[in-house]
Design a protein around this ligand. Structure first.
Ligand code: SF4
Length: 110
């Protein structure tokens, strides 16, 4: 039974509701894209995580940042280092953008 205060006809997130499409400042990812990523906009050090439980083995993270990611024999992501060196910052963000499954997360550390 549907709750009386639930509006079944109301558009949900991402549906055509007349609002402008959401875009990232970096433009669309070439393959897939990670809608769950919230890009850190600061300049603080970045920390990565990679969730093998949701990794689909696509390898985009390795393509974007081979110094930060590898793939195991099973194809799943292997995080080579969690703390992102400053010179790898853009590659880390790109890897998170390109990961089609949302397995790569990046956050700014205080
Ligand atoms: S973490 Fe994402 S980009 Fe990397 S291998 Fe897994 S699914 Fe592919």
């Amino acid at each position: 039974m549907v709750s009386p205060d639930r509006h079944e006809d109301a558009p949900g997130p991402g549906e055509a509701d007349g609002s402008p499409p959401q875009t990232t400042p970096r433009g669309p990812a070439p393959l897939g894209g990670n809608p769950s990523r919230t890009a850190p906009h600061g300049t603080g050090p970045l920390r990565l995580h990679a969730d093998t439980g949701v990794c689909a083995g696509a390898g985009q993270c390795v393509r974007a940042a081979p110094d930060l990611f590898d793939q195991g024999d099973d194809g799943l992501v292997v995080l080579l280092r969690a703390d992102v060196p400053e010179q790898a910052r853009e590659r880390a963000l790109t890897a998170a953008d390109w990961c089609p499954s949302g397995a790569v997360g990046v956050r700014e550390t205080p």
